[in-house]
Write a protein that binds this ligand. Structure first.
Ligand SMILES: [Zn+2]
Length: 494
């Protein structure tokens, strides 16, 4: 453990972090880009007071900024400037090789199904994994965790334990233990280290044997501030202003797994929920927020999005969060709500912002309702970030440049990764967001009112300052943050 010692000629205690055990849920109170930029690293949180190791602990402006981002009172400690980057890398889990080794060291021969499952869940929570997969593949057991979107394989437990582990999972979420031929779904709660994490579990009867997938709804993954989401500073500032509005609709779009839900929840948490009544209709409620009244869709009893939304509107809401807009009826009620003094947030399953607007038009919703209520259509993807330890710069050939320009990407250099021990050979570390934000301005409104097609709306939007996702990725590619291949893959899906 760490020794904090006072150095007479310095105002702040100096901290040695060589053997410090970092808690990722504390480190990540400050997003990684800011940790690098500020040369600061959160260490521990005690009663709202966050100890932060810094190379410049006397910088008052920096302290204020960190306090604002983390929402904590800051207690700075001094750390050597030569060491901070490697500590940051360790604290933010930039060394995936560690996950495998530290798990290997802890599994013991005498472990039974209960202790194995507990250890796996504890590790998954610690590494902020979103999913834990316990699969039967052939005669072997395969265990993988999804961390920052990538699956990391870890050493399996003894194959003989697998059936018992699956039974144990069925017990903790109240499934039928005897049923081995049909898929089952269930919920449970894992608690440990002062945390409670909701679990969503699916058991699949594969031909090789039963497979379990456990989704961990770790509230730490719902980032504390919009700054944590990876949008640019200028977008974040504009977005903050927009969500202070009293009425209108903000749509967040993208395919499954693009981080829409995280953006929604983070946004809702930023709003003043004590002065405003906020109600959500979700399918399912993924995370529980204390100041949000959350309703869950239940189609078996006819309680769908439209029915939920109608009920919400009778309950004097200020802010409404609607999990998804899928049909005309729901869209109509939502737009009406956004026109009559409510701030409405929802998602649409479309790949671009302009196509989202066009989807509403195609639903035969009156143009005046769309232009009167829609404020912003944000479309996003989650992309893997390059490992900074094994990336190398590459020039782009002339022919390639032309092909890229046709896809809306204009770059002259990009970075490739070859995989190293720090990224577990994957070439990637962490994720960020790739996005496009369509502000519904007068030019766009005019096109909607005139009943123009998708292409004409896009052309007019571009003229009035809309930056599509491809063009938005340029700086991230050229700085080496993300790879060209990763961007192209996401653009092709559009
Ligand atoms: Zn690497």
């Amino acid at each position: 453990m760490t020794v904090i010692k006072s150095v007479p000629d310095k105002k702040h205690p100096v901290i040695g972090l060589k053997n410090f055990v970092f808690d990722p849920s504390v480190s990540r109170l400050l997003p990684l880009p800011q940790a690098h930029r500020f040369k600061a690293l959160p260490l521990f949180l005690i009663e709202g007071r966050l100890s932060v190791a810094m190379t410049d602990p006397d910088n008052i402006e920096l302290l204020d900024e960190i306090a604002r981002i983390t929402g904590c009172e800051i207690a700075p400690v001094s750390v050597d400037a030569g060491d901070i980057n490697s500590f940051i890398a360790r604290a933010y889990g930039c060394n995936k090789g560690d996950i495998i080794t530290d798990y290997r060291n802890e599994i013991r021969d005498e472990f039974n199904s209960i202790s194995v499952l507990n250890l796996l869940l504890e590790k998954a929570v610690f590494h902020l994994a979103s999913d834990l997969h316990l699969e039967k593949s052939g005669k072997e057991v395969r265990i993988r965790m999804r961390i920052d979107g990538a699956l990391i394989e870890i050493k399996p437990y003894d194959t003989a334990l697998h059936e018992e582990v699956i039974s144990r999972i069925k017990v903790i979420c109240g499934m039928d233990i005897a049923e081995q031929r049909l898929p089952q779904e269930g919920k449970s709660i894992w608690s440990g280290g002062g945390k409670e994490i909701d679990l969503r579990i699916v058991i699949l009867p594969s031909v090789a044997g039963e497979t379990a997938v456990i989704r961990l709804l770790n509230p730490v993954n719902i980032r504390k501030n919009i700054e944590h989401l990876g949008f640019s500073d200028s977008f974040t500032a504009g977005y903050r202003k927009l969500i202070e509005k009293r009425q209108g609709m903000i749509l967040i779009c993208g395919p499954t797994g693009s981080g829409k839900t995280t953006t929604l929840y983070t946004t809702i948490q930023e709003l003043d929920l004590s002065a405003n009544k906020a109600i959500s209709v979700e399918d399912p409620c993924e995370y529980r927020l204390q100041e949000l009244t959350q309703l869950e869709v239940n189609r078996d009893i006819g309680f769908d999005y439209a029915a939920g939304l109608k009920a919400v509107l009778r309950a004097d809401p200020d802010i409404i969060m609607l999990g998804e807009i899928r049909d005309r009826e729901t869209a109509h009620i939502a737009l009406e709500a956004a026109m009559t003094g409510h701030l409405v947030f929802s998602t649409l399953h479309t790949t671009s912002s302009v196509s989202a607007v066009y989807r509403l038009i195609e639903m035969n919703l009156p143009a005046f309702m769309i232009v009167d209520s829609l404020l912003l259509v944000l479309t996003q993807r989650l992309v893997r970030k390059n490992c900074e330890y094994c990336r190398t710069e590459r020039e782009i050939g002339d022919q390639e440049k032309i092909t890229l320009r046709n896809m809306g990407v204009t770059v002259s250099v990009h970075y490739e990764t070859r995989g190293c021990s720090r990224c577990g050979g994957t070439g990637f570390n962490g994720r960020t967001v790739l996005y496009e934000a369509l502000n519904i301005n007068d030019a766009v409104r005019k096109m909607i009112v005139l009943g123009k097609g998708e292409d004409e709306i896009r052309t007019e939007a571009l003229k009035s300052g809309f930056i599509p996702m491809g063009a938005n990725s340029t700086a991230l590619i050229e700085s080496g943050t993300i790879s060209l291949a990763e961007v192209l893959q996401h653009l092709r899906e559009s």
